[in-house]
Design a protein around this ligand. Structure first.
Ligand code: SF4
Length: 417
């Protein structure tokens, strides 16, 4: 326990043990049960020292990209509390869960909205911002609005409804949505931390990330690191769906094997054809690779990352090529259609994968698809083409045997959808 955390919270109280951290106050936690579980957070005492705590904690973003959280905080211009500049800084809690298979942020805002609010208040205090937004879809608006109404320290937070589109949670789309109402990414030269909402320094963090910030502000970096691994400390929320007993949101430490998470959720290893890790911009793991930990470090050799915390289990009776083709078509439709790769590349990638999946026996299709997928990387204003390319390349690799079978006029799977 560091001096900072002791200063902020008084005696260390009620620090949750184990991996049940974000939901320790129970389902639909009221402010009263939130405070009695975690203790109160004295935001007035929080300053830039919180950034040092975040750095020591090793917390990475839980919204998708997995960047070091402290680095993003540190990129905000640091000025004295009295300067005019400070009041221009903006912090946005991003709860737009664009990934269709993700339920984690919605679950967090329903059951632990006060941790998200605490994290937003703490983040704003650390960078001396006075303007705060909570941007989320209609599903969560009511629960966060009720939570804000329960307390006196959150009245400055403005709520903005996010559309339920795949790219509405991309950071520049978030800023654009609040500023103009159009939740589409913008072509940026400057970082948002230098020039974001109305050219003001703007910090955008996923709501789960901010919930962890709220706990680190209370209990310190060492407590955060007491779960997970050295290279991927703490816990993360995961949405498990597909061929499991039921869709679930779990909080897991970074040292848990993917197969153990799936087994816990009722999956049977022998009936798994593959697991999509990280969401629609993620990568497939084959059944024999599922002994890997769900962490950035462990997944890196497989070209995967936890991303938005999604594990989608594909059963052996489903064709991975067909399923991936449906996702790529969806991603092509969900683009903002304002950059070349999204207007032309993604629809063609979807078409090529659909042809492979549907049994077109032209042997050049896979290479054509791979070449096109490589060509869109880094060519858009946002990472949508990159993420779509990652999924396509992973599909061609993980389901290579299926593709060969399709060329022979067979399918290894029996579709029962
Ligand atoms: S790359 Fe695609 S999704 Fe991203 S801004 Fe351009 S058109 Fe929109």
């Amino acid at each position: 326990m560091t001096q900072l955390a002791e200063t902020l919270t008084g005696p260390r109280m009620n620090a949750p043990a184990g991996a049940n951290r974000l939901f320790a106050a129970g389902a639909r936690a009221s402010y009263r049960s939130h405070v009695s579980t975690y203790g109160s957070l004295n935001v007035a005492e929080i300053g830039p020292d919180l950034i040092n705590q975040l750095d020591r904690s090793g917390l990475t973003g839980r919204g998708g990209a997995g960047f070091a959280v402290a680095r993003k905080f540190g990129a905000m211009p640091q000025r004295r509390r009295s300067s005019l500049w400070q009041s221009s800084a903006v912090v946005i809690a991003n709860g737009a869960e664009g990934e269709p298979r993700s339920l984690k942020d919605e679950t967090l805002m329903r059951d632990s909205p006060h941790l998200v609010i605490d994290g937003l208040l703490a983040a704003a205090a650390a960078v001396h911002a006075t303007t705060m937004y909570l941007y989320t879809t209609g599903t969560s608006l009511e629960s966060v609005a009720s939570a804000i109404a329960e307390r006196r320290d959150a009245s400055a937070i403005r709520l903005v409804e996010a559309p339920e589109t795949f790219i509405s949670g991309e950071a520049s789309a978030v800023v654009n949505a609040i500023q103009t109402g159009a939740a589409v990414p913008t072509d940026r030269v400057a970082r948002l931390t230098a020039s974001g909402l109305k050219q003001r320094p703007t910090l955008v963090h996923n709501v789960e990330t901010l919930a962890h910030v709220a706990l680190i502000a209370r209990y310190g970096s060492e407590w955060f690191r007491s779960a997970g691994t050295d290279r991927d400390p703490g816990t993360r929320l995961v949405t498990v769906s597909g061929a499991v007993a039921r869709d679930r949101v779990l909080e897991v430490p970074g040292d848990v094997r993917i197969i153990d998470i799936l087994t816990f959720c009722g999956a049977t290893e022998s009936t798994i054809a593959g697991v999509l890790v990280g969401g629609f911009h993620g990568a497939w793991l084959k059944r024999e690779q599922l002994g890997v930990n769900l962490s950035n470090a462990a997944l890196a050799p497989y070209g995967a990352q936890p991303g938005a915390g999604i594990l989608y289990v594909l059963g052996v009776n489903r064709c991975g090529l067909q399923f991936s083709a449906e996702i790529v078509r969806y991603l092509a439709r969900e683009s903002a259609r304002q950059c070349g790769p999204c207007m032309f590349g993604l629809p063609e990638m979807a078409t090529l994968l659909e042809r492979i999946a549907s049994g077109d026996r032209d042997p050049r299709l896979a290479q054509e698809l791979a070449t096109l997928s490589e060509s869109v990387i880094g060519r858009g204003s946002c990472h949508h083409p990159n993420g779509t390319s990652r999924l396509v390349m992973s599909t061609l690799s993980a389901f290579a045997e299926d593709a060969k079978a399709h060329l022979r006029g067979q399918c290894l799977r029996v579709e029962t959808r």
